[in-house]
Design a binder for this molecule. Sequence first.
Ligand SMILES: Cc1ncc(C[n+]2csc(CCOP(=O)(O)OP(=O)(O)O)c2C)c(N)n1
Ligand code: SF4
Ligand SMILES: [Mg+2]
Length: 254
Amino acid sequence: MPKTLLKHIRKKAMPTPFCAGCGLGILMQAILRAIENSGRSMSDMVFVSGIGCTAWIPSPHFNADTLHTPHGRPVAFATGVKLAMPEKTVMVISGDGDLASIGGNHLIHAARRDLDITVICGNNLLYGMTGGQVGPTTPIGAKTSTTPRGNRNRAFDLTKLVYGAGASYAARESVAYPKRLTRAIEGAIRHTGFAFVESLVWCPTQYGRRNRISDPVEMLKQNKQVTRFGDPGRPGGNKIVLGVAGQPSKGKQK
Ligand SMILES: Cc1ncc(C[n+]2csc(CCOP(=O)(O)OP(=O)(O)O)c2C)c(N)n1
Ligand code: SF4
Ligand SMILES: [Mg+2]
């Protein structure tokens, strides 16, 4: 973590609980940089997270007002915070299981209402913290602790799901591209309306080792096999589609 960002971190909370090689440290840094780039201070922000590895990013680490809420409920808490304190920039940081599985209804309905909050989803393709169980973002064929012979179900395209539900800003980036990820998060913070950023994050401990992806470097290489939303002539195929799926047409920049 660069010294300029360390002032935002509670010293007592370090080192982070993340496994060696986990991508969540990069996401944490991208969020802090994006907040600085958007001209916000930590006292302008309220962070809300659920339960899971990703949810540990703001609480206990950020030197700011943070709410660590029950699994699946951060968007509901964030809705209350925003209604009570509309002057605050309210940011949810949570995992794919938290936001798209148990919390899926809160997510789509907040998007439908185009509520003015920012939601950052660390998508590591499964339930990381609880032992690597299958989730609604797990790719077909992927091995998890509950699908040892391979997942038989399709995964949500989370960014498209949230955009389809009515969010006026929805983007997917990866920790493999920290600068692009930071810009997408900055855009979400500046956006007025529901802003969703799905950040692909590799989980070497639960996903990598079960799927014979030898190490975090190999996971990084796979995350770089990308194409972009709206990139003509480059269909996704097996590649990961990154970029802003929904342009901020309804909402305004602030
Ligand atoms: C109501 C409730 N159900 C289940 C759990 C157990 N639980 C905690 S975190 C988690 C899944 C975490 O997965 P995700 O949100 O993707 O976060 P990750 O650890 O992968 O970042 C589950 C099932 C819980 N704490 N509370
Ligand atoms: S279990 Fe996975 S997501 Fe959680 S800290 Fe370890 S590597 Fe990261
Ligand atoms: Mg997860």
